[in-house]
Design a protein around this ligand. Structure first.
Ligand code: G1P
Length: 297
């Protein structure tokens, strides 16, 4: 019997330097894809997977995130008075009941593994999920929900995985594959951001994890890994050495790397084309500008 996963950690302490100067005053997780902030997509995905307790690991300068999830009585009042019921509904979808979100500060930027470790007291001895909001994933069913289904059959630890070109392995955690069975991959090792020569495969870890609480002990050793940071990937690799099963899950869906400008733009275009209210005009516009670009070349 596996334990139900109800808690999820959202590491949102990053400075977002790739999006400066915007991130000077706006947390990158608040940057919008069409009209919803990045973080909202991760929250919705977590809810779909049954998560009820949301733990944000934040840092200085991120208070806009807390405001975003709070109620906005004045705004609600105005929308109500103006009869804008659809907008009101949309606004209420962002409400989180009191106590659903906990905010923890990561006092120093010591890496993803350290950020996760900061939430150890709230996690206690339950398995939990981690979602990196930079990775926006679309699909017929949320990526984490797919993983939770699979986890109830496998137990242990699980990471979302996706094939990447060998030339890109140095941007990801890469898994060493022991065996494959459909979407499930049994993992015998993991390396954080290996160069092409050291990469054990082309199967990359994407920012969704289901982890056993014992990982907190491994993270608490503060071993420095790639880039001098405390890496989540290394702590998961430690679990394998300690005899804990780790599975990769090749999720169904498309992933956008919204931590990069190119990925963010791609997601914006893809999401706009999905929207009935924008689709037709936007497609016409895209055809026109791409046509102009081709003509100019
Ligand atoms: C993090 C993880 C890495 C993973 C990636 C997925 O790296 O450390 O293992 O492959 O997220 O997006 P980051 O992109 O934060 O450098």
């Amino acid at each position: 019997m596996t334990t139900k996963i109800t808690k999820a950690i959202f590491p949102v302490a990053g400075l977002g330097t790739r999006f400066l100067p915007a991130t000077k005053s706006v947390p990158k997780e608040i940057m919008t894809l069409v009209d919803r902030p990045l973080i909202q997509y991760a929250i919705d995905e977590a809810r779909e997977a049954g998560i009820t307790d949301f733990i944000f690991v934040t840092a200085r300068g991120k208070s806009a995130l807390e405001d975003y999830f709070d109620r906005s009585p004045e705004l609600e009042q105005k929308l109500k008075a103006a009869g804008k019921t659809e907008l009101l509904k949309e606004l209420r979808r962002t409400d989180m009941e009191s106590g659903a979100i906990a905010y923890i500060r990561q006092r120093e930027a010591r890496g993803l593994g350290h950020a996760v470790w900061c939430a150890r007291r709230l996690i206690g001895d339950e398995p939990f999920a981690v979602l990196l909001p930079d990775d926006v994933i679309t699909g017929p069913r949320g990526c984490l929900a797919q993983m939770v289904d699979a986890y109830h059959k496998t137990g242990g630890n699980m990471v979302a995985t996706m094939q990447v070109p060998m030339s890109k392995t140095e941007n990801y955690g890469i898994v060493d594959i022991a065996a494959e069975n459909g979407r499930l991959v049994s993992v015998k090792g993991m390396v954080e951001k290996p160069n092409i020569a050291d990469a054990p495969s082309d199967l990359a870890v994407i920012g969704r994890y289901i982890l056993r609480p014992e990982i907190m002990d491994a993270l608490g050793k503060f071993n420095q890994g790639a880039g001098g940071e405390i890496q989540l990937t290394d702590a998961i690799a430690d679990q394998i050495t300690a005899g804990q099963p780790v599975h990769g899950y090749k999720f169904e869906g498309d992933r956008y790397d919204c931590g990069s400008k190119a990925g963010f733009l791609q997601a914006t275009v893809a999401f706009a084309l999905e929207r009935e209210d924008l689709r037709d005009d936007f497609r016409e516009f895209l055809d026109r500008v791409t046509g102009l670009h081709h003509a100019a070349e």
